[in-house]
Design a protein around this ligand. Structure first.
Ligand code: C2O
Ligand code: CU
Length: 464
């Protein structure tokens, strides 16, 4: 179960060189940790291939993990040493709106050579992440992301805690450089920008030695532009403990495959059951093949004796959804894309046919409108419960992400699903989510398949 050069499919589009701007040194603000987005290179492809030019926070991909205690403040001076304007979004943090990092909505994009101070409290424990939120299709694909881990006040009973960021890259099979056609119409109108090279934490042979019987906390984060990872466990017995940062009331036994859509996270507790000398695996299924997404060689026997079902993680504050029966009802119809039924939609106030939209490299509509508008999808009263029906009338899955507030899926008989910030919606499906509009400000609602967001699937909610 190893990824080899075979997997390196020939990339179709031509490689064009990245122009690297001069690095600038800027003064650090007192108390703020500098965080510099800058061009760099790293050995991403196997040895023998060239290093890949990337953009990374502090020059690495993934960026350095930020670890804080629940309730603490994060203070970062973002320094833009890129040749493009950028901003940082703290995905999943129920954050003050001005710190949400959405260029063009909550702040101006930070120009090259400029800085921005991010300063916010983290109310919830769990697994979060940060990534660029200007020209995201390009900037996230180039490597601008990292993990933001918020630790519970009382450390849970695990032997190890590992962050595993899964991603794919679209690399030229000869030069090992990123395909620089970030706006390819085919990606936009189909499943998004899928890579031909897959790795964990930027390492295609990701491996960590473990001991038999140890209980590991695996924090999985999907940072891919579009790929839905289909994962399973081998030589590990595990439970899902939290989705998108938010603890489950009861651990869920992992049985078979589970999907992880772009933007989503899952915290697993896993017990190593593979024998000493063997390996345990996090496995991804792709085109009928099982590949190692992460390998855990079992080098020794551990000392843990209890392997009971783990206790649930302590709940985060404000996990209630409120009164569903008197909730505000909203609908979001997703249409468009290849093999879709979208005949026409509004772009910049003008009604255009699908053919005209395609000419503008725009393909997807929410309620008949393409992309961001000056007016929000809805203006919500602070504290009201909202039920939002999301209808996927397209031929593709979408990963719908709401900024600023977590939601629960409303299931049959008004049963509520786990609290999440990103919903995986399959073609033809209709899902209903409910949330409390308790965080004032302008909050983006968009598909986390970043090519889709860039070609229409983006709107916002205004919480008064
Ligand atoms: Cu993870 Cu709008 O982003
Ligand atoms: Cu989408």
């Amino acid at each position: 179960m190893k990824q080899t050069r075979r997997q390196f499919l020939r990339a179709s589009a031509a490689f064009s060189a990245v122009v690297i701007g001069p690095h600038r040194l800027l003064a650090q603000n007192v108390g703020f940790v500098p965080m510099t987005a800058q061009p760099a290179s790293m050995q991403l492809a196997p040895n023998g291939y060239a290093k890949t030019d990337i953009w990374g926070y502090d020059g690495v991909m993934p960026g350095p993990t930020i670890r804080v205690q629940q309730g603490e403040r994060v203070q970062r001076q973002f320094i833009n040493a890129l040749p493009q304007a950028s901003s940082v979004h703290w995905h999943g943090i129920r954050i003050a709106n001005a710190m949400d990092g959405v260029a063009g909505l909550t702040q101006a994009a930070v120009a090259p050579g400029e800085t921005f101070d991010y300063d916010f409290a983290v109310p919830d424990a769990g697994t979060y992440w940060f990534h660029a939120h200007n020209r995201s299709t390009e900037q996230v694909a180039r490597g601008l992301y990292g993990a933001l881990i918020v630790e519970e006040t009382a450390a849970p009973d695990v032997d190890r805690d590992e962050v595993l960021i899964v991603d794919d890259w679209l690399l030229n099979s000869e030069t090992a450089q990123l395909d620089a056609d970030f706006e390819a119409a085919h990606d936009r109108s189909h499943a998004g920008r899928n890579g031909n090279f897959i790795a964990t934490n930027g390492d295609f042979e990701f491996s960590k030695d473990v001991k038999k019987g140890d209980r590991l906390r695996l924090r999985l984060i999907n940072a891919a532009n579009a790929r839905i990872f289909v994962l399973s466990l081998v030589g590990l017995e595990g439970w899902a403990m939290a989705y998108d940062g938010m603890p489950l009331a009861q651990p869920e036994k992992i049985d078979g495959q589970f999907p992880l859509a772009p933007g989503q996270r899952v915290d697993l507790f896993v017990d190593v059951t593979a024998d000493v000398g063997d390996s345990a695996y996090l496995v991804r299924a792709l085109n009928g093949e099982n590949m190692a997404q992460a390998t855990f060689p079992v080098t020794a026997a551990g000392t843990r004796t209890t392997h009971a079902v783990p206790e649930a993680l302590p709940p985060n504050p404000n996990m209630d959804i409120g009164d569903l029966t008197n909730a505000r009802m909203l609908t979001l119809n997703m249409e468009g894309g290849a093999m879709g039924r979208l005949d026409a939609a509004i772009l910049d106030g003008e009604r255009l046919t699908f053919r005209q939209l395609a000419g503008a490299n725009q393909f997807w509509s929410f309620n008949g409108v393409i992309g961001m508008t000056d007016t929000p999808l809805a203006t919500l009263a602070r504290g009201e419960t909202v039920r939002l029906t999301i209808r996927n009338d397209t031929s593709f899955p979408h990963a719908m992400h709401l900024h600023g507030m977590h939601f629960r899926e409303v299931l049959a008989d008004d049963q509520l699903g786990p609290m999440r910030d990103t919903l995986l919606s399959f073609a033809g499906q209709s899902n209903e989510i409910a949330f409390v509009a308790d965080n004032p400000g302008k909050w983006l609602l968009h598909c986390h398949m970043l090519s889709h967001a860039a070609s229409g699937m983006m709107t916002w909610l205004d919480v008064a």
